[in-house]
Design a protein around this ligand. Structure first.
Ligand code: BGC
Length: 769
């Protein structure tokens, strides 16, 4: 656990620099703008422990698979998000001594992530080995308005000497990934150009041929006045820079304003990349740092205006929820349907920047409720466009006739993860992709999505489920063998309740969709039938048979759903009996011991209960919750949020609050001892849900919004906003009442508890709780 960050409503603050915290802080203070993002590495040289990370959305490397024993069906490669050329560098030297926080005596250090304005700041005072004292203030942002541009303001003030300061702004393309299977360097240089105060490097990835041009342009000011001192250019392999020598007296503030631009062949003509980079950087430069920053903060203000959550009287909870929202918006802005959301966003290499089921199961509901429907639709279209690859993926495993298995991990639709128990067996992901279509439609009301795109995906997935089950004569039921459920601490199990559930649900939703399209869009339906060679009678008939005869494990005595066949054979111990020194178990126990234990990594049966909650009464939910929560170690970030929502649903608000803090502060407090590797971006959406669906009790039922609120004892009030079918609503809940402001020009009717209320345009209603 970490506890070195200061509480603050709008900022994350670190005071003092402890080298052992640096990697964690580099993750936590990351900035991004949906197109690119970077860890909070320092601009100046740092010889201490650090993970250099500067990432560009969609730019990856298919690293050759490394496994002990090759299994047929393994993908050829594992996709890696690439550490991209570093444009932030600004080295400072005084009398031949580099400014280096690992070597200098630090008298004061503060790092701040200003979430309101999307700004990363540092200020520090250091004494160098030559006794020279310096004050340094830095600010950095990646423009959320023009997402190929970033800017740095870097000020140095001598505190006890008059002398010369050497300043070297540079771009370094000689970078590596920490996570590389064969220690390869992933970038080749194509060309470069360095001028006075300006420079460009074009690089390309060794495979796949992504081209990237990284540019810089800078000015130096002395006491706010531009300083015309000529710079010396530097040009080395994969490196360009300028060195400027400037004389300064005590208290003179020397400021570098450096712009960085990153343009790629994904968005521009390859042959013109350097020209485009030049135009962009000239544009930013002539616009000025001040105006670029103003536009950036205005855009952030707009985002916060639509999505801020306030929590009165609980600063840790308040800070955490803003941190989660901030990081989500930094990672995905929803303008480009080719992009998706990696579990670590732009904050680390782990999970390779690839797309997981996390997007559909966790992120989609967040974007759906806080952004225009097109944003969530783009996430769905991403999968629609990968349907053929999902069919190929299934074929590689021996399925046929249009059965689609979406990959567990992907960059371009191909599976790129190579652990058999996950690649081949963690097939519940297919269900999440189907459920996301339903989720989008029930929230947005955009039913045309079904005929335009949705049905094709649903049929592909249902065909897969049909082939993946088999009939057990012994059980006289359909069964699904050899799977891994969401709980990855069990592999190759039979009849994972959740997977069986979501499989049947998909088939029945597909049948429901077919019936709807037959009635409402018969022409389109017939065209689709032909395109997919869909034999409705036979195929849908078989699905129905499976749905009606599927086997679901349960424990009759305890009256609970069973995670899988044989779960009760395990020694039944509880998380509360685990010694603290043994947790997290994935860092302290052998894998063998974990697999044999009853401990559960993340919501599994409860993930199903969360999705299909309306099918169960409160007592059933409670029994299952009590049983599984006491055995769940929450060692996946995706877990506490779901448990928190269910705890709110059954009225266990203390538990919901405890789990809320765990999900919301997972990274800030480093519950799972791994934040150094990067943040858990996808579970941040789950945090948001644990407020809105958890405490806010928001649901959609039959095209209508529904709130059944509760409030933790620790809070005086909380408020959140959602965008529902064009209506922006602000919901404020305190211990006595719920107030809903309809901040739009059309009226809306909705349910509060069991009461229907109408709210006029731009009006509010108040209901007692
Ligand atoms: C979880 C998966 C998840 C992945 C990426 C794993 O630890 O068990 O459910 O998809 O992380 O977030």
């Amino acid at each position: 656990m970490n506890n070195y960050l200061e509480p603050n409503e709008w900022c994350i603050i670190e005071k003092g620099l402890k080298p052992e915290n640096n990697r964690s802080s580099e993750s936590i203070f990351s900035i991004g703008n949906g197109r690119m993002g970077q860890r909070a590495n320092f601009e100046e040289k740092y010889s201490g422990d650090s993970l250099q990370g500067n990432y560009i959305a969609g730019i990856y490397y298919p690293d050759k698979t490394r496994v002990g024993w090759w299994k047929n069906g393994y993908p050829e490669y594992f996709a890696k998000v690439l550490n991209a050329p570093n444009w932030i560098g600004i080295n400072i030297d005084i009398d031949g001594e580099p400014l280096d926080l690992a070597k200098n005596k630090i008298e004061k250090f503060e790092r701040v992530l200003d979430m309101k304005n999307g700004l990363l700041k540092r200020s520090f005072i250091i004494k160098m080995p030559n006794d020279k004292k310096l004050k340094v203030d830095t600010e950095r942002f990646l423009s959320i308005v023009d997402n190929e541009i970033g800017a740095i303001k870097y000020s140095v003030t001598p505190l006890n000497f008059n002398g010369e300061i050497l300043i070297t702004p540079y771009i370094d393309a000689n970078i590596t990934n920490e996570d590389s299977n064969y220690d390869e360097k992933f970038w080749d240089e194509i060309n470069k150009k360095v001028l006075v105060h300006e420079g460009y490097i074009t690089t390309k990835t060794k495979k796949l041929d992504f081209h990237v041009c990284t540019a810089m342009k800078f000015d130096i000011y002395k006491n706010q006045r531009i300083n015309g001192i000529v710079a010396k250019t530097i040009e080395k392999e994969k490196f360009i820079g300028n060195t400027v020598k400037i004389s300064a007296n005590i208290d003179d503030e020397i400021t570098v304003i450096k712009f960085g631009v990153v343009v790629t062949s994904e968005n521009h003509d390859k042959s013109k990349l350097m020209d485009v980079a030049k135009q962009k950087i000239d544009y930013a430069y002539s616009k000025t740092h001040e105006i670029m920053f103003k536009e950036h903060t205005n855009a952030w203000a707009e985002k916060w205006e639509k999505s801020d959550i306030t929590i009165d009287s609980d600063i840790a909870a308040q800070q955490a929820i803003r941190f989660n929202i901030f990081q989500l918006y930094q990672t995905y802005t929803g303008e480009d349907e080719r992009l998706n959301i990696g579990p670590k966003g732009f904050t680390g290499e782990k999970y390779g920047g690839s797309t997981y089921w996390d997007t559909e199961a966790f992120c989609l509901p967040f974007y759906l409720r806080t952004s225009e429907p097109q944003v969530a639709k783009n996430l769905l279209l991403y999968r629609y466009k990968h349907l053929n690859k999902a069919i190929e993926n299934a074929e590689k495993l021996g399925f046929s006739d249009g059965a689609a298995l979406y990959p567990m991990v992907t960059m371009n639709g191909e599976e790129c993860h190579n652990e058999w128990e996950i690649t081949f067996e963690e097939i519940h992901r297919n269900g999440a992709i189907a459920f996301a279509i339903y989720n989008y439609i029930r929230y947005s009301g955009d039913k045309s999505y079904l005929s335009d795109y949705g049905l094709e995906v649903l049929i592909g997935i249902s065909r897969f489920w049909k082939q993946r089950v088999n009939f057990s004569n012994q059980k006289n039921k359909y069964v699904m063998l050899g799977v891994t459920g969401p709980n990855e601490y069990e592999n190759n199990i039979n009849n994972n309740w959740y997977t069986n559930k979501i499989a049947c649900w998909t088939m029945s939703y597909t049948i429901e969709t077919i019936n709807y399209l037959k009635k409402s869009f018969p022409k389109k339906y017939n065209l689709l039938k032909e395109k997919l060679k869909f034999d409705e009678k036979n195929e849908a008939g078989k699905w129905k048979k499976i749905i009606d005869n599927m086997y679901f494990p349960e424990d009759k005595e305890l009256n609970i759903f069973l995670q899988q066949d044989g779960y009760m054979d395990k020694e039944q111990v509880l998380v509360k009996d685990l010694k603290q020194s043994e947790t997290p178990i994935n860092q302290n126990w052998s894998w063998d011991r974990i697999l044999r234990s009853c401990f559960i990594k993340q919501a599994d049966v409860l993930q199903g209960i969360y999705l299909f909650e309306d099918k169960y009464d409160t007592e059933t939910i409670k029994r299952n919750f009590d049983f599984y929560e006491s055995r769940t170690v929450h060692e996946s970030s995706l877990s506490p949020c779901i448990h928190s929502i269910i705890a709110s649903r059954i009225g266990d608000i203390n538990k919901a609050y405890e789990l809320y803090l765990r999900t919301a502060r997972l990274d800030l407090d480093d519950y799972n001892n791994e934040v150094a590797e990067g943040l858990h971006i996808t579970s941040m959406a789950g945090t948001w849900l644990s407020i809105v669906e958890g405490f806010g009790g928001m649901r959609i039922q039959e095209d209508q919004l529904y709130f059944n609120p509760s409030i933790p004892e620790q809070w005086n009030s909380f408020s959140f906003k959602i965008l529902f079918r064009g209506n922006l609503l602000k919901i404020l809940i305190n211990k006595q009442k719920i107030e809903i402001f309809n901040q739009s020009n059309t009226p809306i009717s909705l349910m509060i508890k069991d009461k229907k209320v109408n709210i006029h345009a731009n009006k509010q209603i108040i209901c007692k709780l």
